[in-house]
Design a protein around this ligand. Sequence first.
Ligand SMILES: C[S@@+](CC[C@H](N)C(=O)[O-])C[C@H]1O[C@@H](n2cnc3c(N)ncnc32)[C@H](O)[C@@H]1O
Ligand SMILES: Nc1nc2[nH]cc(C(=O)O)c2c(=O)[nH]1
Ligand code: SF4
Ligand SMILES: [Mg+2]
Length: 219
Amino acid sequence: MYRVKEAFYTLQGEGAQAGRAAVFCRFSKCNLWTGREKDRAHAVCNFCDTDFVGTDGQNGGKFETAEALAAHIHSLWPEAPEGAPYVVCTGGEPLLQLDETLIEAFHTLGFEVGVETNGTLPAPSGIDWLCVSPKAQAPVVIEACDELKLVYPQPDARPEQFTHIKARHFFLSPMASPSVPEEGADPVKQSNTRKATEYCLAHPRWRLTLQMHKIVGID
Ligand SMILES: C[S@@+](CC[C@H](N)C(=O)[O-])C[C@H]1O[C@@H](n2cnc3c(N)ncnc32)[C@H](O)[C@@H]1O
Ligand SMILES: Nc1nc2[nH]cc(C(=O)O)c2c(=O)[nH]1
Ligand code: SF4
Ligand SMILES: [Mg+2]
């Protein structure tokens, strides 16, 4: 059984695939936070900007089989003749649920499979694009990925701690206030964006990435 909070067609807003059309599959549950506000202060990860509790979001639900979930995601991809279909598995923590059977079911329908993970759980094989976003006090077990995307600043997760991980791209993503959906209304994020910019200027292996979807005002 796969539990999905929500699924929607949008543009990837972050990282090296930013701007690419994708169906987002947001799995329920995370291993670093219950998702309940009352638990946030004591959670391992306490800055999360996402609701991943339950299966009641748009196009969310419980799916008995990998084929049923893959078909559901496929139904959200437009019937366009050009461009490879792309699914981004996120959450919550997708690696609590994503397995090789589901990746194969996506591949059978022609999807490339992207994953957004906190990196604390081993990744199944077959993922086409793996993004690891480390969190302080949550050891990363994934040794190689396509992009490492560190939310910045996190006092106990400094960029230098992660440069041993094999990655094609190293990104800093300014930390947003958990509950502000739009870019302009978030002065904390504006300040963090300046700090991330300064870090990238001083350490050119790191690149700045912004949450483009919040700037544009899409999901
Ligand atoms: C909601 S998480 C879900 C995937 C996975 N659990 C993870 O943490 O990577 C998706 C992405 O949003 C990032 N994120 C979460 N809260 C954020 C915030 N307040 N500001 C900026 N990025 C944030 C995460 O670091 C991750 O890259
Ligand atoms: N457009 C858009 N891009 C995203 N990139 C990563 C996201 C996530 O929450 O995992 C996300 C998201 O929620 N929306
Ligand atoms: S950012 Fe990722 S790891 Fe942190 S609570 Fe949200 S879903 Fe979990
Ligand atoms: Mg998001």
